[in-house]
Design a protein around this ligand. Structure first.
Ligand code: SF4
Length: 230
């Protein structure tokens, strides 16, 4: 039996969320309410894009440059069974590495998993970045959003690849897909405000493209434009 996923967004081919070229899955829904979360629209547990793991795996690996998956949200552990299935099918196509963000602590995931499938997912994850985002501890460094979050190499696969998950300079990419603009990466403090202002300025110009969504993503994110009714 397959477990369908409820997704806030996906992106194929980024260098802003882990080593190499990766595809990213942001799940919809998160039980936490971290002050300063940059993805407030992805917190509600509501229907979004439904996707089946087999088809999604093929979609995410359609670009032959993709060597890894990054799982974010939202809270990936709320959909652990479906994500474990996604990784299993993806690795039948290509032996991708897996980086996963979670607001839970690893110890809690192991002792008292919040959903079925957590152990299965953890067994397939190479790097887990755990803990809730704390805005006052956001030091603008590393792939984690704040310094309280920990990087766990659950396998040795990415431990010696030279990618400094804890302290590397941050980077972000902007992807434009029709009416949507997606900011991909863990942005340094202040970047989302600059990005939102820049998009609003462009949209206010005489030849502005049609109204659409503006979304930022790190551990997760959604930044609606001021005129967006959502
Ligand atoms: S920062 Fe992450 S864990 Fe915290 S509310 Fe936002 S999506 Fe959930």
């Amino acid at each position: 039996m397959t477990t369908s996923l409820n997704l806030a967004a996906t992106h194929v081919g980024t260098e802003a969320l882990g080593p190499g070229v990766r595809s990213v899955v942001w799940v919809q829904g998160c039980p936490f309410r971290c002050p300063g979360c940059i993805a407030p629209d992805w917190i509600p547990d509501r229907p979004a894009r439904r996707a089946e793991p087999v088809a999604l795996a093929a979609e995410l690996l359609a670009d032959p440059r993709v060597s890894g998956l990054t799982l974010s949200g939202g809270e990936p552990m709320q959909q652990a069974a479906g994500l474990a299935e996604l990784v299993r099918h993806a690795r039948l196509i290509r032996d991708v590495s897996v980086v996963c963000f979670t607001g839970h602590r690893l110890e809690r995931l192991r002792s008292d998993p919040p959903t079925a499938g957590v152990a299965d997912l953890l067994a397939r994850v190479d790097v887990l970045i755990d803990g809730r985002y704390v805005a006052s501890l956001d030091d603008g460094r590393g792939l984690r959003g704040s310094s309280n979050q920990r990087v766990h190499h659950l396998t040795g696969r990415l431990a010696a690849c030279g990618y400094d998950f804890d302290a590397r300079p941050r980077s972000a990419e902007i992807a434009v897909d029709g009416p949507e603009t997606l900011l991909i990466g863990v942005p340094p403090p202040g970047l989302l405000d600059v990005f939102d202002t820049a998009v609003d300025t462009v949209l206010a110009a005489p030849l502005a493209r049609p109204p659409g969504e503006v979304r930022g993503s790190g551990t997760s994110a959604y930044v609606p434009r001021k005129e967006d009714p959502s």
